[in-house]
Design a protein around this ligand. Structure first.
Ligand code: GCW
Length: 677
């Protein structure tokens, strides 16, 4: 299998000449499993790119790469500037060269060194020039996590890249090497935490926290641990009943509380550096505290107390809404649910509880508003949840590069502390004194040879990691890094693939559901167009199209009042038809098809135009890829081409189904008289 960690041999002599003088020896200032990983990565990467075997030395002689931490052995202290203590955060590092062609990669902790090594290797891969570098890097987010939705039968919920890397036939696969390679990939982009079983914890997975499976969980945790990644498990809220034989899971019941305390002790006995638990409670039929008339603060605090003695944390998901809605009832609005449930509880959570909030209030649509919960709970730890898995964005058969979408979310100004309070500054902890915060995401990987189904979907995983490390990196920088590390530095290849990726989210949006309204997919598997697929269903996911108009009225004045959950500036922005941005118009308003957008077009004409345009853009994507044939190895060339061919056909289906639907509903013809059925 191939990823961005290929470290192909460097052909370009100017590049090798630049680096080779530095590459003779390696020296570790301190030993630990993470330091040994750092060493292994460096030695293997250098050998693969330059055919040079770094030899171990015992002192810093010329051309030595020194890997050290602030806790390095005494004899190396002269190489470590102790003022770094103040400049580096837990995972930060410094890389610098000196006049003896030595390279110093110094972390505050061993994890920082590992990140520094990956950074150094990336500099080489992307042919950045070396002499006299000296810089400090600190990750901006403390929690940089992935959630795998893997089930023990080997399936992956919303998985589009084969089966689970972890499980098959209700046990662990046992391919520890592949897991190690996965850990390497994640660590190389800075990810430091993982929950590897599905948040929907079914019967078998409930048992992961029992001695039947804890030894295997420990084994996985050890592999990840050596790459600086902490292991978490998704747990079943009803475990005390299902595993413990109790007759309740009431969080205020003493027996239940004691059961979880004992359980925590047992888990930490097997896995001393266990991160904690991830919980989907009272959500989509999962059990939770509501059954006992308790709040989510009661429920999460009980778990937090059990984990607290061991330093563990509780990631508690806010994806709580009524999934048995009556479509005739227009007063209930799923978008309101998370805020309505959680905002009133601000300040009631223990300091090792972290609320996990999806980027939007609905569910990972191609476009939706940003969740108004960000910044709304100054006294409660928050992490932002993205979906790298392309559930609603083409399921890794369509090319849809999501970094630009995530950037918009991260840069969205919440106004929580006045103007200039973007989401990224809330979740990185710089606005409120959060003890734990950061970013998490649903992973898009599986056991396919290329990890992500669509080879180009690897860029979403890579970019996710890079962005959580530093949300201020631009989409362009991240994309370029990925293309160079993955396909090499040929300028044409870099330019073409970069542009293909950067425009692909807009393109996908163009031929799917318009103007922020979302959904319009086939129920349950969520692939392909079906305008009314969810329209009369129980999930709260409606577009309300009739012969006159379309959209969800979420205003305070005449709608569900959702706009009122934002801080005033955003409430005003969205409440008012004149200021509401076009791309979210139908997320916030119900308007006639003849409503004129800021672009000057009517809604109906916009729908037609974007759908024709979207297909043309996909055709272009394919042409651009075809033109690269001679420059890409044939396996990857063919597999991407196959997907692009499918995308061309499937985008036409989207175009025609959507256009026809709205033509027939509205009776308004296309101004350009194109073919609409
Ligand atoms: O969007 C929905 C998905 C479910 C998922 C749920 C969630 C894991 O369709 O598959 O369940 O979100 O985030 O909990």
């Amino acid at each position: 299998y191939r990823s961005w960690l290929q470290f192909d041999h460097i052909q370009d002599v100017t590049v090798s000449e630049n680096y080779i003088p530095y590459l003779k020896h390696i020296l570790l200032g301190v030993e630990s499993p993470v330091m040994l990983s750092a060493k292994e990565e460096l030695v293997n990467g250098i050998s693969s790119m330059f055919s040079i075997n770094l030899s171990e030395s015992r002192k810093v002689e010329p051309s030595t790469i020194f890997l050290g931490t602030l806790r390095s052995h005494e004899e190396f202290q002269e190489y470590i500037d102790l003022s770094l203590e103040l400049e580096l955060n837990e995972d930060g590092y410094v890389i610098k060269t000196d006049e003896n062609n030595c390279i110093f990669i110094i972390g505050k902790t061993d994890k920082g060194v590992l990140y520094g090594v990956f950074h150094f290797l990336r500099l080489i891969q992307t042919h950045r020039s070396l002499p006299t570098i000296d810089f400090i890097e600190n990750p901006k987010n403390q929690i940089r996590m992935l959630n795998e939705w893997d089930n023990m039968d080997g399936s992956v919920e919303r998985g589009y890249a084969g089966n689970s890397l972890f499980f098959e036939e209700n046990r662990f696969v046992g391919d520890w090497n592949r897991i190690k390679d996965y850990a390497r990939m994640l660590s190389s982009v800075g990810i430091n935490a993982i929950a590897f079983n599905n948040v929907n914890v079914h019967e078998q997975e409930t048992k992961l926290i029992t001695p039947e499976f804890l030894p295997d969980v420990a084994k996985v945790a050890e592999i990840f641990g050596a790459y600086g990644i902490q292991t978490f498990l998704s747990i079943n809220y009803a475990s005390p009943i299902q595993l413990g034989g109790l007759d309740t899971a009431d969080p205020l019941d003493e027996k239940v509380r004691q059961w979880w305390k004992d359980k925590a002790k047992e888990i930490y006995h097997y896995i001393p550096d266990f991160g904690g638990v991830l919980v989907k409670a009272d959500s989509e039929h999962r059990p939770g505290p509501f059954t006992y008339n308790r709040t989510h603060a009661d429920g999460s605090n009980m778990l937090a107390e059990a984990l607290e003695p061991f330093g563990g944390i509780v990631l508690w998901r806010c994806f709580v809404y009524n999934c048995l809605q009556d479509w005739r009832d227009r007063s209930t609005d799923r978008a309101r649910a998370a805020y309505d449930h959680f905002k009133p509880l601000d300040g009631q959570f223990h300091d090792n509880v972290v609320l996990q909030i999806k980027n939007g209030p609905m569910d990972f649509q191609v476009r939706e508003g940003v969740s108004p919960l960000f910044g709304a709970m100054p006294n409660t730890n928050q992490v932002l949840e993205f979906q790298v898995a392309q559930e609603y964005t083409g399921q890794q058969r369509h090319l849809c590069y999501l970094i630009p979408q995530w950037k918009e979310v991260l840069d969205f100004d919440t106004y929580a502390n006045g103007p200039g309070t973007p989401v990224k500054s809330v979740v990185d902890g710089s606005q409120f004194p959060y003890k734990y915060c950061g970013i998490t995401a649903v992973s898009n990987s599986g056991n396919d040879e290329n990890w992500t189904g669509h080879t180009l979907a690897q860029a979403n995983l890579f970019g996710y990691g890079r962005l959580t490390w530093d949300p201020d990196l631009s989409s362009e920088e991240i994309t370029e890094e990925w293309v160079e590390a993955t396909f090499g530095t040929d300028p044409e290849v870099v330019k073409e693939i970069k542009e293909m990726l950067l425009g692909s989210w807009r393109t996908y949006e163009n031929y799917t559901s318009p103007l922020g309204v979302g959904w319009m997919v086939n129920p349950s598997h969520h692939y392909g167009p079906n305008v009314d697929g969810y329209e009369y269903d129980v999930w709260g996911t409606y577009h309300f199209a009739d012969w006159k108009g379309i959209g969800v009225d979420r205003t305070i004045a005449t709608g569900t009042g959702f706009t009122g959950q934002y801080f005033q500036e955003n409430t005003d922005l969205y409440e008012n038809l004149d200021t509401c941005p076009d791309e979210l118009l139908l997320f916030f308003h119900h308007v006639p098809y003849t409503h004129q957008l800021k672009s000057g077009k009517t809604v109906i004409q916009h729908i037609y135009d974007t759908h024709f345009e979207g297909v043309e853009q996909v055709e272009k994507l394919k042409e651009r890829w075809v033109a690269l044939e001679s420059k890409i190895d044939s396996d990857r060339f063919k597999s991407v081409l196959e997907r692009l061919e499918h995308q061309v056909e499937h985008s036409k289906e989207w175009r025609d189904i959507i256009n026809t639907y709205f033509y027939r509903k509205s009776g308004i013809p296309d101004e350009q008289n194109r073919r609409i059925y």
